[in-house]
Design a protein around this ligand. Sequence first.
Ligand SMILES: NC(=O)c1ccc[n+]([C@@H]2O[C@H](COP(=O)([O-])OP(=O)(O)OC[C@H]3O[C@@H](n4cnc5c(N)ncnc54)[C@H](O)[C@@H]3O)[C@@H](O)[C@H]2O)c1
Length: 327
Amino acid sequence: MTWLITGGAGYIGAHVARAMSGAGERVVVLDDLSTGVAGRLPAEIPLVRGSLLDRDAVDGVLAEHEVTGVVHLAAKKQVGESVEQPLRYYWENLHGLTVLLDAVVAAGVGRFLFSSSAAVYGVPDVELITEETPAVPINPYGETKLAGEWLVRATGKAHGIATGCLRYFNVAGAARPELADTGVFNIIPMFFDRISRGEAPRVFGDDYPTPDGTGVRDYIHVADLADAHLAAARRLAERPGAGDLTLNIGRGVGVSVRELADLVAEVTGHRTPPVIEARRPGDAAKAVASVELIARELGWTATRDVRDMVASAWEGWQAQHRPAPVG
Ligand SMILES: NC(=O)c1ccc[n+]([C@@H]2O[C@H](COP(=O)([O-])OP(=O)(O)OC[C@H]3O[C@@H](n4cnc5c(N)ncnc54)[C@H](O)[C@@H]3O)[C@@H](O)[C@H]2O)c1
């Protein structure tokens, strides 16, 4: 089999591409490098620079590399930006997906894994979010992920393609410093950004109905997430033909923002206490995955803890922000 990994030069995609290639799968990456970094990929993984929105580029890579399965990660992913620019998000994430699926059908590709998100659930008031929890996204980003799942499943059903929709919870950490997330959109890089400038990390809301009053989330190490993709891809490869596997990917363990801030202080040695600010609209009190289904279906469970995530992300942050040598 040859797997096309769209968005494979991105933060998560590069981990997925390396994990799959390292496990002996043949992979090729299609990425427009809009947020991706070519240097995240080793020389043995071919990188085709092009956009999903360019049908000729997609047809070209599918044919030239005799692709038999797709792992689709390329997307725009910033919630706030999606609220300001919904048309751009719908165009990039859903029109892009339509172009890709149409090309996949035309080329007779039989497996398709889609990078979805816990954002499809919105803010459910439940202890653990299962795959049966109603999906009620509250921003355009989450809507594009939910509608993306619909497109993927309907296309799979109509054309006999084995599909999987992987709903990631809060992704963090890095397998190697050079693969770390370069954006400052998630909580851990946001904490690093503040403390590196000598400012107090910001915590939004300490009056939630949670044990310490701060929001509780489920963090998953990106290297564990990559291993889950490998397991899911192999499952689809064993099981050609129609059928869908929609799975949460998390640890099933809640960590509060305050606990995370304490861990960041411990790992980095920057001990300025956080400042408490008002709640942000749209933030749930708690979002923790039920991970029973993925364990049962794929025999996969996460192995890395939050300390690994913070420590590896900090190494990556320091590597990215090291001053250039003089002379
Ligand atoms: N990071 C998270 O916490 C998180 C959580 C849930 C889901 N996701 C999803 O995971 C996927 C990867 O996210 P990431 O964090 O690695 O983001 P990222 O921005 O690092 O990676 C996205 C990659 O896609 C490429 N890309 C974007 N638009 C493209 C297009 N039209 N054609 C070709 N390439 C294109 C970018 O250059 C980049 O390399 C996304 O689908 C995102 O929605 C991420």
